[in-house]
Design a protein around this ligand. Structure first.
Ligand code: KE4
Length: 437
């Protein structure tokens, strides 16, 4: 068991100094609270560049990256096909505020790849995608009530920022100040994976429900898979009562299969929200679904939604290169195998160390929970030992392993992670877990 000596610990001092100056001009020094190290101590690393499976910070440290920009980098940083596509698009300009062929090409790829999508509208973030999809569902059904699940995070949309996951949990505000009561009065929050609760709600007021929105595999309370029958029940109930089923696949889309969770689990939603991998690291979100629903969106229908940079050509080029590479190489079996090697090693070491833990993995998404119970919903995830997670996080960071800075997040393996990277990660984890009391 290697105990790191002082001089072996990584030096993050330049990051610390820069972070102090960043905090003078940016709230909390970050442009998204999910990046803040509030839950794990210390201050965020300032990143200089990424390459393949690695990040390099401004102190010159090389880190094996399991955040992947919170999901987009399934191919790894700076994949040659992606860089080449961006450079070509850049040679023609950055933005025109008018249609381009690239938008049609990416939309056509999404329609061909995602089972539930016949038409798709590009926006600039996952939040914009879910906000627009909920507005579309309400406008199309002429109903106001929406259903979400505790611990699911759908971006910082007022009507959905209720018992949300991800950063809303890490910073202890699952429902944010600044959201007036009226914005969430029509939002019903249920327990993920609770079929009886969902059926009881539809029995009571199914004809009032505009939509049910869920992460088909949750990434934002840590990874939580759907129990058998949960997705099918949501599908059946929405169909029976004229409500729309929205799969928020911002994280799972193009991650769990080329066609996302809906392909992997064989359940097709009415609307799908997308982001992250769709943009390959550039700001892209999208929502899509059945043509007769999507045609309710302006200008073909009355439901309004717009965006200056929606369908930005540089971002489109990045997304096209990413999805095309995924379709041509089909990395999913290999990604799953690499991730399974990592999670079985982690399970073995945590067990050997006598640590209460559970591990959730779906494809190349996984979470090591410091929780004796298998996490099936937010009530269980709320019992995670976040203090112990913080010490695990720091021990791994000191050994050059870059994990999401929260117990309520998913880790991601990319196509760029090698056997050596996985083995190095397991060596570090062995040292840290064996010293975690
Ligand atoms: P963005 O607005 O951050 O692009 O997407 C919001 C969103 C919507 N739906 C799901 C399932 C998501 O996971 C997200 C965003 N995920 C978080 C991390 N879990 C992004 C990290 C951040 O907020 O900085």
């Amino acid at each position: 068991m290697r105990v790191l000596q002082k001089d072996q610990l990584m030096d993050f001092s330049r990051s610390g100094q820069h972070f102090e100056s960043a905090s003078k001009v940016i709230p909390g020094g970050v442009n998204s609270p999910a990046r803040a190290f509030g839950a794990v101590g210390g201050s965020p690393l300032i990143i200089n560049r990424g390459e393949g499976a690695y990040l390099y910070d401004i102190d010159g440290n090389r880190l094996i990256d399991y955040v992947g920009s919170w999901g987009p980098h399934i191919l790894g940083h700076r994949h040659p096909a992606v860089i080449q596509a961006i450079e070509l698009a850049l040679s023609r300009g950055t933005s025109f505020g008018a249609p381009t062929e690239l938008e049609t090409e990416l939309a056509r790829l999404v329609v061909e790849i995602v089972p539930g999508v016949e038409k798709v509208r590009m926006v600039n973030s996952g939040t914009e995608a879910t906000m627009s999809a909920v507005r579309l569902a309400r406008g199309h059904t002429r109903r106001d009530t929406i259903v979400k699940f505790a611990g699911c995070y759908h971006g910082h949309v007022d009507s959905l920022l209720v018992q949300a996951g991800s950063g809303a949990l890490t910073h202890g505000m699952p429902s944010s100040p600044g959201v007036p009561e009226g914005c969430t009065a029509d939002t019903i929050v249920l327990e993920f994976n609770d079929i009886d609760q969902l059926e009881a709600l539809f029995t009571k007021q199914g004809n009032e429900i505009a939509c049910v929105i869920l992460e088909p595999v949750v990434g934002n309370m840590g990874v939580v898979a759907p129990l058998d029958g949960f997705l099918n029940t949501a599908r059946r109930l929405c169909t029976e009562h004229g409500a729309l089923l929205i799969f928020d696949e911002v994280m799972t889309g193009f991650r769990l299969a080329l066609g996302g969770a809906q392909e992997r689990f064989g359940v097709t939603p009415d609307l799908t929200t997308m982001g992250k991998i769709l943009g390959g690291g550039m700001p892209v979100g999208a929502y899509g679904g059945k043509a007769e629903v999507m045609d309710s969106i302006s200008p073909t229908g009355p439901v309004y939604q717009a965006g200056t940079l929606s369908g930005n050509p540089i971002a489109m080029a990045c997304g096209i290169a990413t999805l095309t590479t995924l379709r041509e190489t089909n990395p999913y079996p290999q990604l799953g195998a690499m991730t399974s090697k990592l999670t079985s090693g982690l399970r073995e070491m945590a067990t050997e160390a006598g640590l209460p833990h559970s591990i959730a993995q779906v494809g190349s998404m996984f979470t090591l929970f410091f929780n004796p119970d298998f996490v099936t919903n937010m009530a269980v995830s709320a019992r995670n030992d976040t203090e112990r997670f913080g010490r695990y996080f720091r021990g791994m960071l000191d050994r050059g392993i870059y994990l999401p800075c929260s117990q309520f997040e998913a880790n991601f393996v990319s196509c760029a992670h090698s056997e050596e990277d996985i083995n190095a990660t397991l060596t570090a984890a062995g040292e840290v877990l064996s010293q975690l009391d």
